[in-house]
Write a protein that binds this ligand. Sequence first.
Ligand code: SAM
Length: 434
Amino acid sequence: MVHDLKSRLAALYLLEQILDRGQALDGAFENCCRKFSDLDQRDRAFIRFLVTTCLRRLGQLDAIINFCTPRNLTPKQVKVRHILQLGLTQLLYMEVPAHAAVDSSVRLADQQKNQSDRQLKGLVNAVLRRVDRERDVFAEKFADPFLNLPRWLRNSWIERFGKGPAHRIMPALQQEPPLDLTLKPGEDPAGWADKLGGEVTPFNGVRLARAGQVDKLPGFEEGHWWVQDLAARLPAGLLGAGPGDRVLDLCAAPGGKAAQSAAKGCRVTAVDVSEKRLRRLRENMQRLALEVEVVTADVTDYAPEEPFPYVLLDAPCSSSGTLRRHPDMAWTKTPEDVESLVALQRRVLEAAVKMLAPGGTLIYCVCSMEAGEGPDQIRTLLESGVPLNRDSIRPEEVPGLEECIGPDGDIQTLPYHYPGGMDGFYICRLKKDR
Ligand SMILES: C[S@@+](CC[C@H](N)C(=O)[O-])C[C@H]1O[C@@H](n2cnc3c(N)ncnc32)[C@H](O)[C@@H]1O
């Protein structure tokens, strides 16, 4: 049976790996599927949806739990807290019947090794039944979506974008995002939208309302398209390289942007430090029948024989722009993590500048909404006296997405831009002096 106790056990395991051990959602989910290997595809989809929804609503859920258990839950009873978080998620934000959400949570508590956890199954029952009975009261009392963001992220967005836009970001993060596909050049967007039951999006894309099992969709196996958010599709297009041009794609794996350049006929060198992620890049290129030169190297150590006229640097970052898909980031990353990423970005950016030929174009991008990882990074670079100038992005280059261009001519997409939303991406284009 789908959604049975085993699925809940697996969901509890996954939530613990993320919240108590600081693992990232994708890796933790892979481990979870290996550990609970007899779960089928539907169970896996249920577990991922349950845990992702729980992480998106974690602040609201904890506020409800704290309200209902003022003295009863200590930090030692974190397992029971997680059982309640998952139970409430099913009750309030998923179409799981109330009796199934309550009964499975009580049974989950009853399965725990620790007697003190098992003893709290009555509490689990009482809290869930109360919230079910008074769901309208709780929905109103704990409606503020900002509860679902740690204070440092909330402050960083209010400071950078202002209260209004920051408030518009939050509801967009609560939605299950659509699945964006990038088509190979020459493919017919309207034809694929029809075949896949989606809609055409800018820059040769198709958007599907729901993800489902991607590798079973028509055209995947044959390499007609790849998965790539609409925002992530912008940097390679803005690089401006054409057929035959040499493109250096730094921090390239798993290869979405390298695929865009290679599909246009550019001669692409893709560099990444992670051999594991480069394996995925190679698999992707093989499926798409695209040729890319692959280099395993740390960007700060890499020294190409000749500088490149086009360099794209998609730097490692906090990924705060992808919170719709990876809500774990809000609870696993800290301001200190962002600070060390900013330092790493600075080093890879300086290295990228050295690999750029005179007169060449550099795109710097991050899937982040943090000022320190985006505009501040570029300001520091330009103030350091490098022979580079900003090459402002013009509205006619991004038809339909003009609102994403800031006063400096950089792009910052936000999750509420474009109907159905998109990831938050910062993109800056620079030109080197001749
Ligand atoms: C945002 S992801 C890149 C996504 C990729 N550009 C795409 O379009 O599919 C960042 C990548 O940076 C790589 N990375 C992190 N530090 C690096 C370094 N010092 N040198 C090279 N690659 C690095 C990571 O392994 C990761 O694959």
